[in-house]
Design a protein around this ligand. Structure first.
Ligand SMILES: *[C@@H]1O[C@H](CO)[C@@H](O)[C@H](O)[C@H]1NC(C)=O
Ligand SMILES: *[C@@H]1O[C@H](CO)[C@@H](O)[C@H](O)[C@H]1NC(C)=O
Length: 377
């Protein structure tokens, strides 16, 4: 009987291991590998396991709430123009009348996760609240799967970032959900983010503290690392109002390759893609539904871009990438011009084995809604 009980527990743990394998640029990521899955029993133990030098598979089977673990700061903040329901800025300078504010300290102090870790949610129970993760100082090989990151001072700009990539490589962020974050859901820079796959995640921008006065989050993703390779596939990005994502900057000699494929952008009251210099961006098979600005106008001239719209665009991929790209589809959305680039195809050609296959764009809403976010694997 005793044996049976432990066997059941082991099966439970085994099922909560990482599921599937990363595809795309992050495909070499193995995280904690075959280490025996472990379930932490305290916030302190979770933090130790995330930051120590041992390869680990860490399972999250409940909400771990760091919100008040490091106290609060009472100060004054700068209101944006959407009061009473807008975000307040945590910052020194302010052009309007400052107001009293109080925020949690923990979300502004993310955990610096170490190399060779898998952080995996169990069923739909894996929630990390009030604190994000940083991958910095050369850490390598990290999987974050099936975790909901939420509650990082959403009332405050600069309240906290969920995931920071700054001097890292081989990262797979899969089947996670991001909601109610103060600043960015994912941010990279100024160091290299390296090879990163961001797949099947839900980026939920619904908020009562909008920076855009429309109940939608503006600071979704800011990708401005110096040498970054992103596969961004199968994600559900909704109720955003900007930077969904922004990438590239003229502040560093950044060189970003970004393959955005099969993502579902829905109810974006603002812009989705905003792309600056130093970027090579291939957008294919994405579905935009009710997105007021799928791509900003400067993106079309500042980036090296292919935005596949016509059959002719799609066929151009064949010669250098070895397949026919999928077109992007727009419903009830703003303009998304066709743009092709030989330089873009040349930049991606050496990486063609890291390009993930697309599903037919007509299937994207159904497929993404069935797969993206937590509790779906
Ligand atoms: C998480 O797993 C541990 C170990 O199996 C168990 O004791 C605990 O009750 C679980 N917590 C929840 C909320 O299911
Ligand atoms: C991570 O694992 C790899 C492969 O086993 C190993 O070479 C490397 O030293 C590990 N990194 C750390 C920081 O433990």
């Amino acid at each position: 009987m005793k044996f049976l009980v432990s066997a059941v527990v082991l099966v439970g743990l085994a099922q909560a291991q990482v599921k599937g394998k990363a595809q795309g640029f992050g495909r070499l990521t193995t995280g904690g590998g075959t280490a025996t899955p472990q379930i932490p029993t305290s916030l302190a133990q979770l933090e130790t396991w995330l930051t120590d030098a041992t390869p680990r598979v860490i399972m999250i089977n409940k909400t771990w709430d760091f919100s008040s673990s490091q106290g609060t700061t009472s100060t004054t903040c700068c209101p944006n123009s959407c009061q009473p329901n807008g975000q307040l800025w945590i910052m020194d300078t302010c052009d309007s009348t400052r107001v009293a504010c109080k925020y949690n300290n923990a979300p502004k102090n993310p955990i610096a996760i170490a190399s060779n870790k898998s952080l995996v949610g169990v069923g739909s129970a894996g929630v990390i609240k009030g604190r994000g993760l940083r991958m910095i100082n050369g850490v390598n090989n990290i999987i974050i799967q099936n975790i909901h990151f939420t509650g990082l001072n959403p009332e405050y700009v600069w309240g906290g970032d969920a995931i920071t990539l700054d001097g890292t490589d081989n990262i797979w962020i899969d089947h996670c959900k991001f909601s109610l974050i103060g600043r960015q859901m994912i941010v990279s820079g100024w160091g290299a983010a390296g090879r990163v796959t961001i797949s099947n995640n839900e980026f939920d921008g619904k908020t009562s503290w909008s920076a855009s006065c429309n109940g939608k989050h503006y600071w979704m993703m800011l990708l401005i690392g110096v040498k970054d390779f992103y596969t961004f596939s199968g994600n559900y990005v909704h109720d955003a109002s900007g930077r969904a994502p922004h990438m590239g900057t003229d502040k560093t000699a950044s060189r970003i390759l970004f393959h955005g494929v099969g993502n579902y952008f829905k109810d974006v009251g603002g812009h989705a893609f905003d792309i600056d210099v130093g970027t090579n961006v291939l957008l294919e098979g994405n579905y935009f539904d009710s997105v007021s600005e799928p791509i900003t106008a400067p993106s079309l001239t500042k980036s090296t871009l292919m935005s596949i719209v016509t059959v002719a665009d799609a066929q151009l991929c064949q010669a250098k990438l070895g397949y026919v790209c999928e077109w992007n589809r727009l419903v009830n959305s703003g303009s998304f011009p066709s743009k092709t680039s030989t330089a873009l195809l040349d930049a991606f050609a050496p990486w063609k084995n890291s390009l993930v296959a697309h599903v037919p764009v007509a299937d994207v809403p159904k497929t993404v809604l069935a797969n993206a976010g937590i509790g779906k694997i």
